[in-house]
Design a protein around this ligand. Structure first.
Ligand code: SF4
Length: 388
Protein backbone atom coordinates (compact mmCIF):
# COMPACT_ATOMS: atom_id res chain seq x y z
CA UNK A 1 0.00 0.00 0.00
CA UNK A 2 1.26 3.49 -0.85
CA UNK A 3 1.26 5.94 2.06
CA UNK A 4 1.10 9.70 1.71
CA UNK A 5 3.88 11.84 3.13
CA UNK A 6 3.17 15.56 3.10
CA UNK A 7 6.22 17.72 2.62
CA UNK A 8 7.17 21.37 2.93
CA UNK A 9 10.40 22.40 1.26
CA UNK A 10 12.65 24.99 2.89
CA UNK A 11 12.94 26.78 -0.46
CA UNK A 12 11.10 30.03 -1.07
CA UNK A 13 10.04 31.70 -4.30
CA UNK A 14 9.23 34.97 -2.60
CA UNK A 15 10.21 36.77 0.58
CA UNK A 16 7.05 36.13 2.52
CA UNK A 17 6.07 34.29 5.70
CA UNK A 18 3.55 32.09 3.84
CA UNK A 19 6.39 30.27 2.12
CA UNK A 20 8.41 29.45 5.24
CA UNK A 21 8.53 26.21 7.18
CA UNK A 22 6.13 27.11 10.05
CA UNK A 23 3.51 28.07 7.45
CA UNK A 24 4.14 24.82 5.57
CA UNK A 25 3.79 22.89 8.84
CA UNK A 26 0.31 24.40 9.12
CA UNK A 27 -0.50 23.19 5.60
CA UNK A 28 0.75 19.71 6.49
CA UNK A 29 -1.37 19.57 9.64
CA UNK A 30 -4.32 20.64 7.48
CA UNK A 31 -3.61 17.87 4.96
CA UNK A 32 -3.47 15.34 7.82
CA UNK A 33 -6.78 16.72 9.23
CA UNK A 34 -5.14 16.97 12.63
CA UNK A 35 -7.66 19.46 14.00
CA UNK A 36 -10.61 17.27 13.00
CA UNK A 37 -9.10 14.22 14.66
CA UNK A 38 -8.25 15.45 18.15
CA UNK A 39 -11.63 16.56 19.49
CA UNK A 40 -11.88 15.63 23.20
CA UNK A 41 -8.61 13.67 22.94
CA UNK A 42 -5.86 13.81 25.56
CA UNK A 43 -2.98 14.49 23.19
CA UNK A 44 0.59 13.58 24.04
CA UNK A 45 2.99 15.65 21.94
CA UNK A 46 6.33 13.83 22.00
CA UNK A 47 9.32 16.09 21.41
CA UNK A 48 12.99 15.91 22.07
CA UNK A 49 13.50 19.02 24.20
CA UNK A 50 17.29 18.73 24.08
CA UNK A 51 19.72 19.25 26.91
CA UNK A 52 22.07 21.84 28.38
CA UNK A 53 22.89 24.57 25.81
CA UNK A 54 21.70 22.82 22.65
CA UNK A 55 19.71 25.19 20.44
CA UNK A 56 19.06 23.04 17.38
CA UNK A 57 16.03 21.30 18.87
CA UNK A 58 12.67 22.20 17.34
CA UNK A 59 12.08 25.93 17.73
CA UNK A 60 9.10 26.91 19.92
CA UNK A 61 7.46 28.68 16.92
CA UNK A 62 6.83 25.24 15.33
CA UNK A 63 5.74 23.60 18.58
CA UNK A 64 3.32 26.38 19.42
CA UNK A 65 1.67 25.89 16.02
CA UNK A 66 1.08 22.19 16.73
CA UNK A 67 -0.20 22.93 20.24
CA UNK A 68 -2.55 25.58 18.87
CA UNK A 69 -3.86 23.24 16.16
CA UNK A 70 -4.63 20.61 18.81
CA UNK A 71 -6.42 23.20 20.96
CA UNK A 72 -8.32 24.56 17.95
CA UNK A 73 -9.56 21.04 17.28
CA UNK A 74 -10.82 20.62 20.85
CA UNK A 75 -7.98 18.41 22.09
CA UNK A 76 -6.07 18.72 25.36
CA UNK A 77 -2.33 18.76 24.59
CA UNK A 78 0.66 18.19 26.82
CA UNK A 79 4.32 17.76 25.88
CA UNK A 80 6.58 14.96 27.11
CA UNK A 81 10.21 13.97 26.95
CA UNK A 82 12.56 11.97 29.16
CA UNK A 83 13.04 13.29 32.70
CA UNK A 84 16.65 14.46 32.41
CA UNK A 85 15.90 16.46 29.25
CA UNK A 86 12.73 18.04 30.67
CA UNK A 87 14.65 19.14 33.80
CA UNK A 88 15.92 22.58 32.81
CA UNK A 89 14.17 22.70 29.43
CA UNK A 90 12.93 26.22 30.31
CA UNK A 91 16.51 27.38 29.65
CA UNK A 92 15.98 26.41 26.00
CA UNK A 93 12.67 28.26 25.79
CA UNK A 94 10.38 25.31 26.53
CA UNK A 95 7.86 26.65 29.03
CA UNK A 96 4.08 26.44 29.31
CA UNK A 97 3.84 30.18 28.62
CA UNK A 98 5.84 29.94 25.40
CA UNK A 99 4.53 26.63 24.06
CA UNK A 100 0.91 26.93 25.19
CA UNK A 101 0.72 23.68 27.19
CA UNK A 102 2.62 21.96 30.02
CA UNK A 103 5.86 20.00 29.57
CA UNK A 104 6.10 16.81 31.64
CA UNK A 105 8.72 14.13 32.22
CA UNK A 106 7.20 11.18 30.32
CA UNK A 107 7.53 8.72 33.22
CA UNK A 108 7.16 11.24 36.03
CA UNK A 109 9.86 13.16 37.93
CA UNK A 110 11.36 9.90 39.30
CA UNK A 111 11.25 8.19 35.88
CA UNK A 112 9.29 5.32 37.42
CA UNK A 113 5.70 5.74 36.25
CA UNK A 114 5.30 3.16 33.49
CA UNK A 115 3.42 0.23 32.00
CA UNK A 116 5.19 -3.04 31.25
CA UNK A 117 5.00 -4.90 27.94
CA UNK A 118 6.63 -8.19 27.00
CA UNK A 119 8.57 -8.76 23.76
CA UNK A 120 11.64 -11.00 23.63
CA UNK A 121 14.51 -9.63 21.60
CA UNK A 122 18.16 -10.43 22.35
CA UNK A 123 18.85 -9.12 25.91
CA UNK A 124 15.36 -7.68 26.25
CA UNK A 125 12.08 -9.07 27.52
CA UNK A 126 10.21 -6.40 29.48
CA UNK A 127 9.78 -2.94 27.96
CA UNK A 128 8.58 -0.08 30.15
CA UNK A 129 6.43 2.47 28.34
CA UNK A 130 6.30 5.88 30.05
CA UNK A 131 3.01 6.30 31.89
CA UNK A 132 2.21 9.79 30.60
CA UNK A 133 2.48 8.48 27.04
CA UNK A 134 0.34 5.40 27.50
CA UNK A 135 -2.30 7.37 29.44
CA UNK A 136 -2.89 9.66 26.45
CA UNK A 137 -5.57 8.84 23.87
CA UNK A 138 -3.77 10.47 20.89
CA UNK A 139 -0.08 10.77 20.03
CA UNK A 140 1.60 13.47 17.97
CA UNK A 141 5.21 12.45 17.36
CA UNK A 142 7.21 15.54 16.34
CA UNK A 143 10.85 14.67 15.67
CA UNK A 144 13.94 16.69 14.93
CA UNK A 145 16.06 14.98 12.26
CA UNK A 146 19.78 14.73 13.04
CA UNK A 147 22.74 12.38 13.02
CA UNK A 148 23.10 9.76 15.72
CA UNK A 149 26.17 7.82 16.86
CA UNK A 150 24.31 4.55 17.51
CA UNK A 151 22.50 4.18 14.22
CA UNK A 152 23.51 7.02 11.90
CA UNK A 153 20.41 9.14 12.28
CA UNK A 154 17.49 9.98 14.51
CA UNK A 155 14.01 11.00 13.42
CA UNK A 156 10.46 9.74 13.99
CA UNK A 157 11.42 6.23 15.11
CA UNK A 158 14.09 7.30 17.52
CA UNK A 159 11.88 10.00 19.04
CA UNK A 160 9.39 7.35 20.13
CA UNK A 161 11.67 4.35 20.60
CA UNK A 162 13.93 5.95 23.17
CA UNK A 163 11.89 8.93 24.33
CA UNK A 164 8.72 7.02 25.28
CA UNK A 165 10.49 4.38 27.41
CA UNK A 166 11.91 4.74 30.93
CA UNK A 167 15.68 4.97 31.47
CA UNK A 168 16.07 1.31 32.37
CA UNK A 169 14.62 0.23 29.00
CA UNK A 170 16.57 2.90 27.11
CA UNK A 171 19.78 1.51 28.60
CA UNK A 172 18.87 -2.02 27.53
CA UNK A 173 18.08 -0.84 23.99
CA UNK A 174 21.60 0.58 23.78
CA UNK A 175 22.99 -2.68 25.18
CA UNK A 176 21.49 -4.75 22.35
CA UNK A 177 24.69 -3.89 20.43
CA UNK A 178 26.64 -6.10 22.83
CA UNK A 179 24.33 -9.13 22.72
CA UNK A 180 26.00 -10.92 19.80
CA UNK A 181 29.52 -11.92 20.79
CA UNK A 182 32.24 -9.87 19.12
CA UNK A 183 35.34 -10.47 21.31
CA UNK A 184 36.85 -13.96 21.35
CA UNK A 185 39.70 -13.86 23.82
CA UNK A 186 40.64 -17.49 23.10
CA UNK A 187 42.10 -16.14 19.86
CA UNK A 188 44.11 -13.37 21.55
CA UNK A 189 45.30 -14.12 25.05
CA UNK A 190 48.42 -11.98 24.79
CA UNK A 191 47.96 -8.80 26.86
CA UNK A 192 50.45 -6.79 24.78
CA UNK A 193 48.51 -7.66 21.65
CA UNK A 194 45.27 -6.63 23.33
CA UNK A 195 46.87 -3.28 24.16
CA UNK A 196 47.86 -2.96 20.51
CA UNK A 197 44.23 -3.48 19.47
CA UNK A 198 43.11 -0.83 21.96
CA UNK A 199 45.76 1.59 20.68
CA UNK A 200 44.83 0.96 17.04
CA UNK A 201 41.50 2.78 17.37
CA UNK A 202 41.88 6.55 16.93
CA UNK A 203 38.36 7.10 18.30
CA UNK A 204 38.87 5.34 21.64
CA UNK A 205 36.12 2.87 20.77
CA UNK A 206 37.97 -0.19 22.13
CA UNK A 207 38.75 -0.38 25.84
CA UNK A 208 39.63 -3.00 28.45
CA UNK A 209 36.42 -4.17 30.07
CA UNK A 210 35.83 -2.43 33.43
CA UNK A 211 34.64 -5.63 35.12
CA UNK A 212 37.06 -8.08 33.53
CA UNK A 213 40.40 -6.66 32.30
CA UNK A 214 41.01 -9.86 30.32
CA UNK A 215 38.16 -8.87 28.04
CA UNK A 216 37.88 -6.06 25.50
CA UNK A 217 34.79 -3.91 25.28
CA UNK A 218 33.68 -2.07 22.15
CA UNK A 219 31.87 1.25 22.40
CA UNK A 220 29.72 1.11 19.29
CA UNK A 221 28.86 4.82 19.27
CA UNK A 222 32.33 6.22 18.36
CA UNK A 223 33.17 3.27 16.06
CA UNK A 224 32.93 4.28 12.41
CA UNK A 225 34.00 0.84 11.16
CA UNK A 226 37.26 2.11 9.70
CA UNK A 227 38.69 -1.41 10.32
CA UNK A 228 42.09 -0.22 11.55
CA UNK A 229 41.73 -2.63 14.49
CA UNK A 230 41.33 -5.51 12.07
CA UNK A 231 44.87 -4.89 10.82
CA UNK A 232 46.33 -5.72 14.25
CA UNK A 233 43.77 -8.07 15.85
CA UNK A 234 44.64 -11.78 15.47
CA UNK A 235 42.22 -13.60 13.16
CA UNK A 236 38.95 -14.42 14.87
CA UNK A 237 39.57 -12.31 17.99
CA UNK A 238 37.61 -9.10 17.35
CA UNK A 239 34.59 -9.06 15.09
CA UNK A 240 33.33 -5.77 13.64
CA UNK A 241 30.05 -7.07 12.29
CA UNK A 242 26.82 -5.44 11.02
CA UNK A 243 24.72 -7.68 13.29
CA UNK A 244 25.84 -5.76 16.40
CA UNK A 245 25.25 -2.37 14.80
CA UNK A 246 21.83 -3.30 13.42
CA UNK A 247 20.54 -4.55 16.78
CA UNK A 248 20.01 -1.02 18.07
CA UNK A 249 17.80 -0.12 15.14
CA UNK A 250 15.83 -3.36 15.34
CA UNK A 251 15.26 -2.68 19.03
CA UNK A 252 14.12 0.85 18.10
CA UNK A 253 11.55 -0.59 15.69
CA UNK A 254 10.24 -2.99 18.37
CA UNK A 255 10.15 -0.27 21.01
CA UNK A 256 8.16 1.96 18.65
CA UNK A 257 5.81 -0.92 17.80
CA UNK A 258 5.08 -1.42 21.50
CA UNK A 259 4.35 2.26 22.17
CA UNK A 260 2.20 2.65 19.05
CA UNK A 261 0.25 -0.50 20.00
CA UNK A 262 -1.14 1.45 22.97
CA UNK A 263 -2.95 3.83 20.56
CA UNK A 264 -5.69 3.17 18.04
CA UNK A 265 -4.16 3.24 14.54
CA UNK A 266 -5.90 6.44 13.46
CA UNK A 267 -4.83 8.20 16.66
CA UNK A 268 -1.19 8.78 15.83
CA UNK A 269 0.40 11.44 13.64
CA UNK A 270 4.09 11.75 12.82
CA UNK A 271 5.91 15.00 11.99
CA UNK A 272 9.60 15.61 11.34
CA UNK A 273 11.61 18.78 10.95
CA UNK A 274 14.82 18.32 8.96
CA UNK A 275 16.70 21.50 9.75
CA UNK A 276 19.89 22.22 11.69
CA UNK A 277 20.86 18.56 11.21
CA UNK A 278 23.76 18.16 13.60
CA UNK A 279 26.24 15.23 13.66
CA UNK A 280 24.85 13.70 16.86
CA UNK A 281 21.70 13.50 18.95
CA UNK A 282 20.11 16.43 20.82
CA UNK A 283 20.87 14.55 24.09
CA UNK A 284 24.48 15.67 23.79
CA UNK A 285 23.54 19.07 25.15
CA UNK A 286 25.15 21.26 22.52
CA UNK A 287 24.60 22.24 18.92
CA UNK A 288 27.21 21.33 16.34
CA UNK A 289 27.40 22.79 12.86
CA UNK A 290 24.81 21.40 10.42
CA UNK A 291 26.18 18.47 8.42
CA UNK A 292 23.46 18.71 5.75
CA UNK A 293 21.53 21.60 4.32
CA UNK A 294 18.00 22.04 5.69
CA UNK A 295 15.54 19.71 3.99
CA UNK A 296 12.18 20.92 5.29
CA UNK A 297 9.20 19.59 7.20
CA UNK A 298 7.38 16.27 6.77
CA UNK A 299 4.13 14.75 8.06
CA UNK A 300 2.36 11.43 7.71
CA UNK A 301 0.12 8.93 9.48
CA UNK A 302 2.66 6.27 8.49
CA UNK A 303 5.87 6.37 10.53
CA UNK A 304 7.73 4.03 8.16
CA UNK A 305 6.86 6.15 5.13
CA UNK A 306 7.80 9.32 7.00
CA UNK A 307 11.31 8.25 8.01
CA UNK A 308 11.86 6.66 4.58
CA UNK A 309 10.92 9.95 2.89
CA UNK A 310 13.22 11.91 5.20
CA UNK A 311 16.09 9.53 4.41
CA UNK A 312 15.46 9.58 0.67
CA UNK A 313 15.34 13.38 0.59
CA UNK A 314 18.56 13.73 2.59
CA UNK A 315 20.29 10.87 0.73
CA UNK A 316 20.87 12.98 -2.34
CA UNK A 317 22.48 15.87 -0.47
CA UNK A 318 26.24 16.18 -0.01
CA UNK A 319 27.67 15.99 3.47
CA UNK A 320 28.86 19.48 4.46
CA UNK A 321 32.43 18.37 5.09
CA UNK A 322 33.61 21.75 6.35
CA UNK A 323 31.09 21.45 9.18
CA UNK A 324 32.08 17.95 10.33
CA UNK A 325 33.91 18.10 13.70
CA UNK A 326 37.61 17.45 13.31
CA UNK A 327 37.50 14.41 15.62
CA UNK A 328 35.25 12.57 13.16
CA UNK A 329 36.40 10.86 9.98
CA UNK A 330 33.74 10.72 7.26
CA UNK A 331 34.14 7.96 4.69
CA UNK A 332 33.14 9.07 1.22
CA UNK A 333 31.54 5.72 0.37
CA UNK A 334 28.50 5.14 -1.81
CA UNK A 335 26.01 5.40 1.06
CA UNK A 336 23.65 7.78 2.78
CA UNK A 337 25.44 10.89 4.15
CA UNK A 338 24.57 9.75 7.70
CA UNK A 339 26.43 6.48 6.95
CA UNK A 340 29.32 8.40 5.45
CA UNK A 341 29.61 10.21 8.76
CA UNK A 342 28.99 7.33 11.19
CA UNK A 343 30.13 4.31 9.18
CA UNK A 344 28.75 1.82 6.64
CA UNK A 345 27.19 -0.52 9.26
CA UNK A 346 25.17 2.36 10.67
CA UNK A 347 22.85 2.21 7.69
CA UNK A 348 19.92 4.49 8.65
CA UNK A 349 17.50 2.49 6.48
CA UNK A 350 17.70 -0.58 8.76
CA UNK A 351 15.03 0.74 11.11
CA UNK A 352 12.45 1.40 8.38
CA UNK A 353 13.07 -1.98 6.72
CA UNK A 354 12.68 -3.83 10.00
CA UNK A 355 9.65 -1.78 11.06
CA UNK A 356 7.95 -2.54 7.75
CA UNK A 357 8.47 -6.25 8.43
CA UNK A 358 6.81 -5.73 11.82
CA UNK A 359 3.80 -4.22 10.02
CA UNK A 360 4.25 -0.64 11.24
CA UNK A 361 3.85 0.90 7.81
CA UNK A 362 5.03 0.98 4.25
CA UNK A 363 8.27 2.05 2.61
CA UNK A 364 6.20 2.72 -0.49
CA UNK A 365 5.10 6.36 -0.27
CA UNK A 366 3.86 9.28 -2.32
CA UNK A 367 5.52 12.59 -1.47
CA UNK A 368 3.00 15.43 -1.66
CA UNK A 369 4.61 18.87 -1.67
CA UNK A 370 2.17 21.19 0.11
CA UNK A 371 3.56 24.33 -1.57
CA UNK A 372 5.86 23.50 -4.46
CA UNK A 373 8.77 25.83 -5.04
CA UNK A 374 8.58 27.61 -8.36
CA UNK A 375 11.60 29.10 -10.03
CA UNK A 376 10.35 32.46 -11.31
CA UNK A 377 13.55 34.46 -11.52
CA UNK A 378 14.15 38.06 -10.50
CA UNK A 379 10.98 39.90 -9.50
CA UNK A 380 9.92 42.71 -7.17
CA UNK A 381 10.91 41.42 -3.76
CA UNK A 382 7.98 42.80 -1.78
CA UNK A 383 10.50 43.93 0.79
CA UNK A 384 8.51 45.01 3.83
CA UNK A 385 8.06 44.13 7.47
CA UNK A 386 4.63 42.79 8.29
CA UNK A 387 4.00 45.14 11.22
CA UNK A 388 0.48 45.50 12.46
S1 SF4 B 1 36.62 -0.35 13.26
FE1 SF4 B 1 37.84 1.52 13.48
S2 SF4 B 1 36.56 2.81 14.78
FE2 SF4 B 1 35.78 0.74 15.03
S3 SF4 B 1 36.82 -0.09 16.78
FE3 SF4 B 1 38.00 -0.70 14.97
S4 SF4 B 1 39.54 0.94 14.78
FE4 SF4 B 1 37.96 1.73 16.14
Amino acid sequence: MTSKVFYGSPRQTRLCADETLPAKLDLIMGALHLRDRVKKELVCLKLHVGNNIGYSVIHPVFIRKVVQAIKDGGGKPFIVDVDWDVAGCETRGYTTEVLGCPVYPAAGPMDNYHYEHEWEYKNMKTWKVAGMVEDASFLVNFAHVKGHPSCGFGAAFKNIALGCMVGDTRGKIHDTNHYDKYWFKENCSDRALMQKIVDSCPFGAIVFDKKDPDELHLHFEPCNQCMRCQQVAPAGSLKIDPVNFHSFQEACAISTAITLSTFAKEKTVHLALANQMTPVCDCFGFTGMPILNDEGVFGSDDIVALDKAVLDKTAIRPLLLDNVPDCMEPQMIDAHPFSQLHGPFKDPYVVVRYAEQLGLGSQDYELVDVLPFERKGPAPMGYYIAAK
